[in-house]
Design a protein around this ligand. Sequence first.
Ligand code: OMP
Length: 246
Amino acid sequence: VRLLRDWLDTNSQKSGSKVILAADVGGPVETRVDRAVSILDQVGERIVAVKVNWHILLTDGVRGLRALKERCEELGLPLIADMKLNDIGTTNAEAAKILFSNGFEAVIANPFVGYEDGIRELLAEAKKMGKGVILLVYMSHEGAKEGYALQADGEKLYLRFARKTKEWGADGAIVSSRSPSVIREVRGVLAAEQLILSPGVGFQGGEPGEALAAGADYLIVGRSIVESKDPVGAVERLERSLRAPG
Ligand code: OMP
């Protein structure tokens, strides 16, 4: 059993990278997986993990992603399923079982469904199979404030979700890079070993350096790499911006 945190940290120590590639390949569906593999061939040694979403999971399914999974294995990169699981416990657990027995190391889920008959069963399945669960604590899109920032019993919902992430023992949280102050608050709540993965840099306007300085462990980056004509150059630019004195 390998903890997601240890895996990402080991990869990061080797490569110096803070990037989780969101392999969100669009365009012709017949070639999406091939193109995702090709991007991985180019940037695989400069990232710490790969995350897949509907873009290729829906078109090709877990079995259709075998080539991508094998490439990840060769590169030593964990594959994360971004399903944002959001259902009753048995359904969440079924999805997790399928993902975890088909090469996925972690899944993203929504803490909004609550623990009992919701996240509990998912966490139990993950624990049994030695895999990871990451919870959405504060999303990166504009409308996130209409939900995650609401007050619940005098507490911001995202802080509640951060506390739950800790209490339930999930592997980490997703927190928007566009809200460094929220990252800071969530970091103050989570246990030290719990991850903060931060999407929203580049296309959505988040600043990678600020997100990391605020306490994010890794950045989730999609379009600015995947849609670039030069994915390696895009990763290098991101790396340079992180090295540049603030
Ligand atoms: P880009 O905006 O293209 O870099 O992609 C960001 C990736 O992170 C996409 O796969 C999104 O689905 C995902 N994401 C967010 O953008 N915002 C969130 O709050 C959460 C996620 C996620 O769970 O990964």
